[in-house]
Ligand binder design. Structure first.
Ligand SMILES: CC(C)(COP(=O)(O)OP(=O)(O)OC[C@H]1O[C@@H](n2cnc3c(N)ncnc32)[C@H](O)[C@@H]1OP(=O)(O)O)[C@@H](O)C(=O)NCCC(=O)NCCS
Length: 171
């Protein structure tokens, strides 16, 4: 797997991959009304929004590829904190997403290792993230990397209030 930093020209690609992977991660076991997921995707993952984010120095997008095929993406925030997050310089893994065909093949570990590398590069002492309580695959994955739950918060999914676990790992 190769990693590259996303560039301006990747806005459309990232908008598409974000929408596709968000849909697959949230459209599970009929927990959520699909209209909420669609509304959230439409407002959050437009090409315009992603283009603005790519111009923002506080947001790092990294694209993993296997033989030039895009496998997913990382969205990392090197200076981001939240209630219950301790540490001198917390680093947030804001999104860690593989496309569905790449799930369950241990490729997530490579994305996590790349995120940790980036956190160390930014002199961070703590990595944290927020994960939907129904996303058992992701929660188990984070536990394997020694993330522990430090709190909960409400996530507004286009009007449908969902509970996320806040998880943290010391570096
Ligand atoms: C979360 C994600 C990055 C994990 O990467 P992955 O390559 O699929 O994970 P792995 O194959 O390394 O599996 C890691 C662990 O997840 C857990 N896991 C995998 N599939 C699972 C399932 N169906 N149910 C519960 N736990 C599961 C297991 O603990 C597994 O470890 P094991 O195989 O040693 O038992 C990836 O699945 C993904 O992108 N999912 C969709 C997007 C998403 O949910 N992102 C997180 C948002 S907060």
């Amino acid at each position: 797997m190769n990693f590259r930093y996303a560039e301006k020209v990747d806005a459309g690609l990232l908008a598409d991959v974000s929408a596709e992977t968000f849909w697959d991660a949230y459209n599970t076991e009929s927990i959520l009304d699909q209209d909420f997921i669609k509304a959230y995707i439409a407002k959050t993952f437009s090409e315009e929004v992603i283009a603005e984010e790519l111009a923002d120095e506080e947001i790092i997008y990294i694209i993993p590829e296997i033989e030039s095929e895009v496998c997913g993406f990382l969205r990392l925030l090197p200076n981001s904190t939240r209630e219950n997050v301790s540490g001198r310089k917390p680093f947030q893994i804001s999104r860690i997403y593989l496309r569905k065909k790449f799930w369950g093949k241990k490729l997530g570990s490579e994305l996590m290792e790349r995120s940790i590398e980036e956190a160390i590069k930014h002199n961070s002492d703590v990595i944290w993230l927020s994960v939907w309580q129904h996303n058992k695959r992701a929660i188990n994955f984070y536990k394997k990397f020694d993330f522990r739950k430090v709190g909960e918060h409400l996530f507004d999914l286009a009007g449908s209030m969902q509970t996320d676990d806040l998880m943290l790992k010391e570096l």
